[in-house]
Design a binder for this molecule. Sequence first.
Ligand code: PRX
Length: 674
Amino acid sequence: MTLQSAGQDVFGIESQLSETRVFAPNAAFAKQAHIGSMEQYTREWERSISDPEAFWGQVAKQLHWFKPWNKVLEWKAPDAKWFLGGKTNLAYNCIDRQVKAGRGNDIAIIWEGEPLPNGKPEVRRLTYADALAETSRCANALKAMGVKKGDIVTIYMPMVPELAIACLACVRIGAAHSVIFGGFSSSAIVDRVVDAKSKVIITADGGWRRGGIVPLKDNVDEACKGTDLIKHVLVLKRTAQDVAWTNGRDMWWHDAVDKASADCPCEEMDAEDLAFVLYTSGTTGKPKGIMHTTGGYMVYTYLTSKLTFDLHAPSPGAPSKQVYWCTADVGWITGHSYIIYGIMPNGVPTLMFEGAPNFPDAGRFWDMVQRHRVTHFYTAPTAIRAFMKWGDQWPKKHDLSSLQLLGTVGEPINPEAWMWYHNLIGGQKCPIVDTWWQTETGGHMITPLPGAIPTKPGSCTVPFFGVDAAIVNEKGEEMPANTGGLLAIRKPWPSMLRGILGDRERFIETYWSTIKTKDGTPYYKAGDGARRDSDSYFWVMGRIDDVINVSGHRIGTMEVESALVGHEAVVEAAVVGMPHEIKGTGIAAFCTLAPGVHVDDALRERLRSHVAKDIGPFAKPDVLRFTDALPKTRSGKIMRRLLRDIASGKAQVGDTTTLEDYSVLAKLKESEEG
Ligand code: PRX
């Protein structure tokens, strides 16, 4: 995809180019903010870039270390080591440190489950002392199953507090976790379990979503048929439905965890010990296990949480004035960094919810904001667009006056959605932080700081401290203002990925080999196309590779293609993104079929279900088109750019000079779904 077409086709770059509205930080907010002016931001940013070791060393001192580091940074591109020689523990900094500071009885996690059949919300509040006891018990239960430092435990759970507890229990004993989003299917679990060589899975009998049960345990059972690696399955009772049981392998949480000791000292982890693996999509069909380590990730997510959301820990024992709610699932990086690991060390209650934004009705989020007096609300543009469509009456029915700050993440936000968020939800008084980052970056990379940086609808504004972001060409040369290019990071940052599990070559190839600077300095290639405006603000256009963001979920087009060709009816498939009013990007699939296969809606449904079974329901194509042949270049490459043009309904398709067979194009245009 060319940068130009990425922006124009999918993300409405033309409207972004004409965006001139600027919103100065709210003066009252700025007055109390950690970073309260552009001057302060600029000064600190320059310091963080010119002397990163001094800057990050100072931040790291705000957290607990069993043993201090000897050196802040060692950078032998593309390998960074942060806080060398330092010993710490993520769980200790999330929980124990708060308990030791006198916050044992303060609220750490607020949780709201899907409303019960009687319509009542189910709410639980865990103090730091509760979290300490439950995490320690779970950690001891894992130890009893033979889990030890260096193992990778797979977690496949609904959005319940035990999911956060399970993560914290793993890192407490030095085991890394690999959380798989509950929307993934059993075959996706097999791939990830095999790649991580997991011997233990933590799951639940099911999870609630829109009144139905997500069959998590059934999916795990099915996955266990595909690999004999799994020795233990720890099962939380959530829905109380009957589930199949394998004696000797399966164990109930309430048996194993509740009976375990609540005393479990933290493993003293080397700053560079693996903290977790999180699988994400890339340009091949095989998801990659992104590796994050302990010290740098901890320090960076702590500081970004503190400054991007302007969190202020209450005095120990005093109720928090802030209630922070991130609506993401812990199955994605946003949930890892900004529900658990960055927020808990800041001492502000983190709200987790189970269910969906429109169940039992489209007022669910606003009802929750009102009841919990949420002050900080962080969600995805796709949710905002859905709310716009569901109508203003839903937010208007609720008291949203507690809100002080709004955030977005996961995809570019169109200025119209930004304005709606600002007016309807923020009551024109809340700063909006549009945070650009990735699974690989671990934390926010480009984002406004709410008390300091004027915002422009659709722009993620300026780099965070320590982030040397630039728009470059493939030679690493900076592009002039308002010219599209590759979004690159030129210096290491503490929470950068340390690699792809078991695939060094792919790590180097994906992130470090496209941009070839004259002096050989490697730059991190994010995989996004972007531009900077004349104020040096960043505007992210979207992915420039074969990855698409569908409703903020990252999907590789190759993954969907290999699922489709795995079905007997399909011979060849090409999948591309297409503009979608709510999802941002929808999935369009072009397939050639086996001889004699009859095209009808039933076939479309079968193929959609097949993709859901192979990857997960969120990866189902929105549009399926069937054709005799796919357009290819003379060298046999599928012309995806052309398919993107067709999928987005462009009358004038792009350059076709290398198209092998012009008649293919004509037929494809006729193959409209219906
Ligand atoms: O394309 C960018 C988009 O999401 C991609 C990263 O996806 P993932 O690893 O799943 O992480 C999502 C949550 C951090 C990026 O390459 N993206 C993320 N945030 C933004 C964004 N695009 C534009 N603006 C954002 N604020």
